[in-house]
Write a protein that binds this ligand. Sequence first.
Ligand SMILES: [Zn+2]
Ligand SMILES: [Zn+2]
Length: 140
Amino acid sequence: MTPTFIPDAQLRRAGLSSTTQRRAVLTLLVGRLRPLTAQEVHAELNSSGQHIGLTTVYRALHSLAGVGLLHTFELGGQRAYRHCGAAPHQHLICTRCDAVSECPPGIVATWLNDLHQHTGFVPHPDRLDLRGTCATCAET
Ligand SMILES: [Zn+2]
Ligand SMILES: [Zn+2]
């Protein structure tokens, strides 16, 4: 069940003031599987009639990522941004379509525990990206 998305509330909870630009950028990214670059966010906002400068888009993305509302990814050598859920998760990144899905940390907890038992390495699983092929691409 997805709670109704209220950009104002998310921004305030994260300690950011709710500006028109931040709301526009955040709203655009909500529900997207594939991370978007600043240029893509800029182009989509402008084609939907929201004329926000590229520099402003960059600043908004930077502050949203800074408080953890967006997670950053490398897409073709460029920084891309995705709105992720507030619950802890790992990223499953499709190398064919660039879709990112969220994997609950419970699923990898056993593996991380085994890893520690075997190597003594203490992982900090706050950010773990796993590359592969998503279910949709694997079918084709
Ligand atoms: Zn994430
Ligand atoms: Zn895919």
